[in-house]
Design a protein around this ligand. Structure first.
Ligand SMILES: *Cc1c(COP(=O)(O)O)cnc(C)c1O
Length: 389
């Protein structure tokens, strides 16, 4: 085919919301002006609203990992004992952060594709009363798994430890009752379900976390959240902010508020479900035994390198999807659902996948996966009493 539209369909960066993209062109404003203060106050209030929390929300100029680093540096002291749930590459990032900041980490590991069971966390909390924090991914993007944040949060809430959640792909893809479940620090990033380019990260911070931060001894400067809070109260950021990304975020938040965070979550949930049905109808296997809604990780058929599938998505169709990371590279490919994805993206990707599999010698009855996705759509949008249009 001669014309191919390149489409960014990865679990971060994700497809961009058009009105958010357009808003970025208004970035010629100064950050110590009333215009900026109005924008910043609005963004902070809307973030707090869509995250559904009364906790303070702060924005940092960083990719998501900056928020994870800030979460460690602001509320802990050297040698503090932390519990890390690790079920993939992002869990391993928490381990690296703990090492870099001189924390003593006890690690609960789930194999790739699995998830750490909440009972294991409950047991560890009982065994180690000295724990200062529990760190966990809501959604482990590298494997497509999710954790039971509700149960873990409620268990941590009863202790002195802080519940630090990497919700970078969890926000907007799964319910997270931040206040009720005792999620003390919740990190998010702009380039995931928020439909805008990378560039800002954000955190919600509970009173319990601020209290712990008061005596925390780790050094901090650029990511000093106390300094950010002091400025945020006046509608300003501590340092020069990422103005273009904030303009985009403001637009995206208007969109998400209008849609409703519950609908954004339901959208990802539905697309994940339809995708799972489609790929299993094609005889493929899911990689995760506890699949979440942000991304679906699929095993390449035996004898086929998933890198070939990912490459053919790009070369044949212009669709940018992702391979597995680390040792999962070559074994799995990942189809994302978070943020600005719709059912047509799902139909398209499954149709493309069928063709790619066929081109690589895997027996495919064309339309089988697409039909499963169509049936999933029809069940909720065409059937009598359908709720979704
Ligand atoms: C994307 C992502 C991050 C952050 O990665 P950055 O490259 O720093 O934005 C952290 N955790 C999870 C689960 C992610 O999906």
């Amino acid at each position: 085919m001669y014309i191919k539209k390149q489409r960014l369909l990865t679990p971060g960066p994700t497809p961009l919301l058009p009105q958010a993209m357009h808003a970025m062109m208004g970035a010629d404003i100064h950050h110590r002006t009333a215009d900026f203060r109005k924008l910043y106050k609005q963004v902070l209030a809307d973030l707090q609203f869509v995250m559904g929390t009364k906790n303070d929300v702060l924005v940092l100029v960083a990719s998501g990992s900056g928020a994870l680093e800030a979460a460690a540096a602001n509320f802990l002291s050297p040698g503090d004992h932390v519990l890390i749930c690790s079920a993939g590459k992002f869990g391993e990032r928490f381990i690296e952060i703990a090492k870099a900041w001189g924390l003593k980490a006890t690690v609960l590991t789930a194999e790739y594709g699995g998830a750490v069971a909440p009972e294991v966390v409950e047991r560890a909390l009982a065994e180690h009363p000295d724990l200062k924090a529990v760190m966990v991914q809501a959604s482990e993007t590298s494997t497509g798994s999710m954790h039971d944040i509700r149960r873990m949060g409620l268990a941590v809430k009863q202790t002195k430890a802080l519940m630090i959640v990497d919700a970078i792909t969890g926000l907007g893809t799964m319910p997270l009752e931040i206040d009720e479940w005792g999620l003390d620090v919740v990190a998010g990033g702009s380039q995931k379900a928020f439909m805008i380019p990378p560039g800002v990260a954000f955190l919600s911070i509970s009173p319990k976390a601020w209290e712990a931060g008061r005596s925390a001894q780790l050094p901090r400067f650029y990511f000093d959240l106390r300094k950010e809070l002091k400025n945020a109260v006046n509608g300003e950021s501590a340092w020069t902010p990422s103005i273009a990304i904030l303009l985009a975020l403001a637009e995206a938040l208007i969109y998400v508020k209008e849609l409703g965070m519950d609908k954004l979550i339901a959208n990802a949930e539905f697309l994940a479900q339809a995708t799972r049905k489609a790929v299993t109808a094609l005889g493929l296997e899911l990689f995760s035994s506890s699949p979440g809604n942000s991304v679906t990780a699929i095993k390449a058929p035996p004898g086929m390198d998933s890198g070939v599938i990912v490459k053919e998505f790009r070369t044949r169709f212009g669709s940018i999807i992702t391979n597995g990371q680390g040792s999962m590279q070559g074994q799995i490919f990942r189809i994302a659902h978070l943020g600005y994805f719709d059912i047509s993206d799902c139909f398209m990707l499954i149709a493309q996948l069928e063709l790619i599999l066929a081109a690589n010698g895997y027996p495919v009855q064309f339309g089988r996966g697409v039909a499963a996705a169509q049936e999933a759509y029809a069940a909720v949008a065409i059937a009598p009493g359908a709720v979704l249009v």
